[in-house]
Ligand binder design. Structure first.
Ligand code: SF4
Length: 363
């Protein structure tokens, strides 16, 4: 199986479009794990994407439940205990385990949209039948594959491959790098960067040959077109892919003006995911309160159980006029500092910095 999860965020949406256009020969299945609590803007994006890609398989946890949504089903099972950064049962129950059930025991390649300008690793399944690939990065391979390929026990394999396949220019230099064992001073990232600087496609071909000696899903393929890809896709490219395809940037990124204490500013939401997600910043809660009051009210209803979405503040306190004003002023002050640092007037660029590392909900 070739699978690609659409979270409702811009990066996974752009990746799906990119793969569809660049690798139409790959039989990629697109899926979306729905908690039933996304914003309307996210569902709109999904339906536009479906127009472009074709079918997106909806993965819905708790099928057959009498509760209104999968989230409400699990909330009941957890005795109204709201999920939080420390107890993220929501992702586990409604996204990860649904995904693994969907794949079953088949061999699968999962394409994940971590961008080339990001410094983070995406979620990699612990199941050995699922292999993750990051097409937007210069290094498309997951960390555990790199650890094996560059491990000291694999030096002779790489030496042989490069001796036979590298062009003669600089060959001595690259063989010297391959021969150098990994140490505390010469670690994985240094070695991989040297090999990628030398030739991305050659490195990918070496990894592909190595995988053929293992049980990894990609090792079972005769060909894998992504090894010939050295694109690096960053935020500006993602925006361009979305605009050029007419799918567009998710509407929750639209900047909305507000005024506080005579100062003007704009706010937006920085991520997809459930409307009540505990990862959102205070200003995003205010955005929800002012732009989607019905959803904010629903989020407040969940706090009636005594549990709260935020550690130190109930939603009913957060919307007191003085508090709203303070949150907006604090946000504008932070934004001013960030605009200087990022030299961008677009909120979408600045919000990137605050993005939470969750490849399942916000990618
Ligand atoms: S968006 Fe937030 S609340 Fe929803 S499943 Fe993901 S982490 Fe949980």
């Amino acid at each position: 199986m070739h699978v690609l999860g659409i979270s409702g965020g811009k990066d996974s949406a752009a990746l799906a479009i990119y793969m569809k256009l660049k690798y139409p020969e790959l039989p990629i299945e697109y899926y979306n794990a729905d908690t039933g609590k996304e914003l309307k803007e996210t569902y709109d994006l999904l339906s536009k994407l479906e127009g472009f890609l074709g079918h997106i398989e909806p993965l819905k946890a708790a099928k057959g439940t009498t509760e209104a949504t999968p989230f409400d089903h699990f909330l009941k099972l957890y005795n109204n205990f709201l999920p939080s950064t420390q107890a993220r049962w929501c992702t586990e129950k409604m996204k990860l385990s649904e995904f693994e059930t969907y794949i079953g025991k088949d061999l699968a390649i999962s394409y994940v949209g971590i961008r080339g300008d990001e410094e983070r690793e995406g979620y990699v399944s612990t199941r050995t039948n699922i292999q993750t690939i990051f097409p937007f990065r210069r290094n498309i391979w997951s960390l555990e594959v790199i650890n094996k390929v560059l491990g000291n026990e694999n030096i002779s394999f790489l030496l042989k491959f490069y001796s036979q396949n590298a062009k003669n220019t600089y060959i001595e230099d690259i063989l010297e790098i391959i021969e150098r064992p990994l140490t505390k001073a010469f670690y994985y990232s240094k070695k991989i960067n040297a090999l990628l600087d030398f030739d991305v496609k050659l490195f990918n071909r070496a990894v592909f040959e190595f995988l053929k000696t293992t049980d990894y899903p990609i090792g079972k393929l005769d060909t894998f077109p992504l090894i010939e890809n050295d694109d690096v896709i960053g935020l500006a490219d993602v925006k361009k892919i979305l605009i050029d395809s007419n799918v567009g940037i998710p509407a929750y990124y639209n900047e909305i003006e507000f005024e506080v204490d005579g100062r003007k500013g704009t706010y937006a939401r920085s991520r997809s995911g459930c409307f009540f997600c505990f990862y959102q910043q205070k200003i995003e809660w205010i955005w929800l309160y002012e732009q989607h009051p019905d959803l904010f009210k629903q989020a407040m209803e969940y706090e009636k159980s005594g549990y709260t979405w935020n550690d130190n503040e109930r939603l009913s306190d957060l919307i007191k006029p003085e508090r709203v004003k303070q949150i907006k002023i604090d946000y504008l002050n932070r934004l001013e500092l960030k605009r200087k640092k990022f030299k961008s007037n677009f909120l979408i660029d600045i919000l990137e910095e605050d993005k939470v590392n969750c490849a399942n909900c916000f990618l």
